[in-house]
Design a protein around this ligand. Structure first.
Ligand code: AMP
Length: 574
């Protein structure tokens, strides 16, 4: 993401100065941000209901409730259905961002405004790039191979478009300009509606420019790993295209074909060279070999993405991974001021000019008062709450962060976890409630064949790429204990029903093959007792023991895997 801006030397310097300035004046800036939001939005129906038109920061904290998406969804629905957006926000609305955060299985709609995408987001990227440039020598020279895919948009009944924040940015003029200046991938390959063709052509362009590539990235590391896996499956064909100077016939998107035709020339030497590297038995360090000038990988590698770092290190030959920023559709939070730190050590410094931030300490007792940005305590975990000029007032984002220190007066946080999310392969987020609902729906098929589900758990298996959801089921015959035979047809159907029940984002990623088919592993009788024994041996209370709906440790996964008696995969097509 650091790579999406093109700037002169002066811009980088100015970026660092702005960063110092805003982090020194964090307290004052936060006060001003809130005042400004209240002044502009006090007349909205939503705020009037709590503040009666007053612009008073104390009253705001006293009267405006802390909310989740479910609380404000009626407002989003009203705007999506054609009511004026000023019921919620004063700034004109340009459409909606479709956030990947789970909300009862639906993607959330968050108002998008020109200010957010053109001012705040653009500044955020400028500051991020300034920091990376300070730490990575020669970062601004050469080309970036940055995998991006415009996602489908939907039109709401009001005619407003709902798209992901990345697609919104991709569609902006600034982005197209930056891309053409210093990226290997032509804009047409990014905008291609078919992500397989887009991926193929972005790799082809990256291979053609292999000697110029200085960084390889995407928003998230999962996409970079997926791209290398795609290369493993398609390198022969890519080499053939390079040798002949002809792009494969199945690539029929005219934008992709036209943009590639201007750079694809028959080059036997290049094709032979790539082929020799790809033929090698081990792909360890393949990224360094294919793109020898690459200085770093540029992609978010914290939170759910940390599960890909080992695979990435293998392919990249341990190139530095720069996890540049922490951002969402709801608000832009912070950037990584030490981009060469290992992902596990990364903290993000919050930028006080992006939104008004509050933090709810994660404590055992309920009703803990939130604290302001400058008052967080290092070592303490918090749930982040934002107030923005895009119509979110004291809104719980659902992310849990740990304060780790300060840069000047702006706090730094490590990303701990997404609240309530238990399974995630890519940008999909499946909550415990989503999973339970999916299991409930699937297990209805068991009753007619005389089976009972006696226990279930799950984990995100990323040992192969793309990763997939594994759901462990312990079954019992309604008559008798041990399951003798399983009907494959029924079990495969159960897998498909579970997938059908999962949310929209999961299905989009399945369609793109960024997530592989869901798997049910049936475990033998007594497995969940063995799991409980294990957790109790590790100190869990027998009285309060609840079988976890998702398994996080290797040892526990091993207990389940060693007792598998049947594996079934969904055959659902998306
Ligand atoms: P979305 O709402 O679809 O834009 O996704 C934003 C969410 O992605 C955030 O609320 C986080 O849960 C996650 N996310 C974004 N940046 C990071 C990061 N640097 N590390 C970990 N998780 C992140």
């Amino acid at each position: 993401m650091a790579s999406l801006v093109s700037m002169t030397e002066k811009y980088y310097e100015d970026g660092l100065k702005i960063l110092e300035d805003i982090t020194i004046n964090a307290r004052e800036i936060q006060e001003k941000v809130l005042e400004d939001i209240l002044r502009r939005n006090a007349g909205t129906e939503y705020l009037k209901g709590f503040l009666n038109g007053q612009i008073d920061k104390q009253l705001f904290k006293k009267n405006v409730p802390i909310v989740t998406y479910e609380d404000i969804k009626p407002y989003m629905d009203r705007i999506a259905n054609g009511e004026p957006s000023n019921i919620l926000l004063a700034e004109p609305i340009t459409g909606f961002f479709r956030s990947t955060g789970t909300s009862g299985g639906q993607a959330k709609l968050i108002p998008s405004t020109a200010e957010y995408i053109f001012e705040k987001f653009a500044l955020f990227l400028t500051l991020t790039a300034s920091v990376v440039k300070k730490h990575v020598d020669g970062f601004e020279h050469g080309k970036r191979m940055y995998f991006l895919f415009g996602k489908p948009e939907i039109e709401t009944p009001s005619g407003l478009m709902a798209r992901s924040i990345s697609t919104s940015y991709i569609k902006s003029i600034n982005f197209a300009k930056a891309l053409s200046e210093n990226h290997t991938n032509p804009i047409e390959t990014v905008l291609c509606p078919d992500s397989k063709q887009g991926m193929y052509c972005q790799l082809l362009a990256g291979l053609i420019h292999r000697d110029e590539v200085v960084s390889i990235g995407s928003f998230f590391v999962s996409t970079v790993v997926r791209a290398i896996k795609f290369l493993e499956d398609h390198w022969k064909e890519l080499c053939f295209n390079i040798e002949t100077g002809q792009i494969s016939d199945w690539v029929n998107d005219s934008g992709c074909r036209n943009s590639l035709s201007s750079i694809l020339k028959p080059d036997r030497n290049l094709a032979d060279f790539i082929e020799k590297l790809c033929c090698s038995k081990s792909w360890e360090g393949i990224i360094r070999k294919l793109w020898p000038k690459t200085k770093f990988i540029d992609a978010i590698a914290t939170g759910a993405m940390s599960q890909y770092v080992t695979a990435l290190d293998f392919y990249s030959g341990e190139l530095p991974v720069v996890s540049p920023m922490y951002a969402s559709s709801e608000a832009l939070f912070g950037i990584n001021l030490e981009p060469l730190n290992k992902p596990s050590d990364v903290s993000y410094t919050f930028l006080p000019n992006m939104a008004y931030f509050e933090f709810i300490p994660i404590e055992k007792e309920e009703d803990i008062e939130p604290v302001d940005l400058v008052n967080v305590k290092p070592g303490q975990c918090y749930e982040v709450v934002v107030t923005t000029s895009s119509g979110l007032y004291r809104y719980r984002v659902g992310d849990i962060l740990m304060a780790t220190g300060f840069h000047n007066n702006a706090p730094q946080f490590q990303f701990v976890e997404r609240k309530n999310v238990i399974l995630s392969i890519d940008a999909d987020k499946t909550s415990e409630a989503d999973l339970i609902k999916a299991v409930e729906e699937a297990k209805a098929l068991l009753d007619p064949v005389g089976l009972l589900l006696t226990g279930f758990s799950s984990y995100a298996d990323t040992s192969s790429i793309p990763g997939h959801y594994v759901v462990f089921w312990e079954l019992k015959m309604k008559e008798g204990d041990d399951v003798k035979e399983l009907d494959p047809e029924t079990m495969v159907k159960c897998c498909s029903i579970m997938e059908e029940s999962l949310n929209y984002i999961y299905k989009v990623y399945r369609k793109e093959n960024a997530i592989a088919a869901l798997e049910i592993r049936v475990v033998k009788h007594g497995t969940f007792d063995a799991l409980m024994d294990y957790f109790v041996s590790q100190g869990a209370s027998m009285n309060q023991y609840k079988a976890p709906s998702c398994i996080k440790t290797k040892e526990a996964v091993e207990i389940l895997n060693s007792r598998v008696i049947g594996k079934f995969f969904s055959q659902k097509t998306f």
